[in-house]
Design a protein around this ligand. Sequence first.
Ligand SMILES: C[S@@+](CC[C@H](N)C(=O)[O-])C[C@H]1O[C@@H](n2cnc3c(N)ncnc32)[C@H](O)[C@@H]1O
Length: 232
Amino acid sequence: MIEEYLNKVIEGDCLEVLKGFPDKSFDLLLTDPPYAIELNGGGSIKKKIDYRRGSLLGIGSNPSFTLIPFLEVVRPKLKRFHAYIWMSKDTLPETLNWILKNKFMWNILVWSKTNPVPAYNNTYLSDIEYCVFIREKGGCHWTKDLGYETYKKVMVDSVQSIPGHPTPKPMWMMEKLIKVSSKPGDIILEPYTGSGTTCIAAKNLGRNFVGIEINPEYVELARARLRQDILL
Ligand SMILES: C[S@@+](CC[C@H](N)C(=O)[O-])C[C@H]1O[C@@H](n2cnc3c(N)ncnc32)[C@H](O)[C@@H]1O
């Protein structure tokens, strides 16, 4: 039964842990997986690549990460396919192909960063992260009347910083998505918990959550934030 896992952060590989949950357990998937970023290259951009490779691997990321195996594992665990998935532009094509194949409805929201790292040679700034919203037709919750600002797809904020995790998301963004697409008592799934931002946002709003995180240090950080041992 899913009840025994409610409002907990479970340590493990989500692709394995998810298989143990009963089907149709969750109302909403709100997740922030490791980003696939193209790391091939050399010459003048080598420094940047080496830096990125180090920082990505440091957060348990995999430069060749692909989302589709995860989508197939998580799909039966949702009551209906209803999800917000953060990603870099490199993961967009495979995700959109998968959505179209399944005839789901979709939209793209963005986090516009006010303080991105400076760009290197001949590239635009990395000042946008994408959040793909996916839902099956019918039966997915939508909260009306939260005010005009809430339904804007461009969300503007600075890059966040907390001790202990390199890529925390802004709390208010996760809260906004949860408010729009769930109701109190719903069960939110975050299989790539990191420092626990989504789980805390769910708790703040009277929703249930289940978090999964592979890195034991981040599991402890998320649990401490949830206990409010550290007010981050
Ligand atoms: C982009 S971060 C999430 C950050 C989070 N949104 C926050 O605000 O702190 C992705 C997280 O997924 C974790 N991770 C990577 N592969 C995983 C897997 N197979 N199962 C569970 N967690 C995984 C990483 O350790 C990392 O903490």
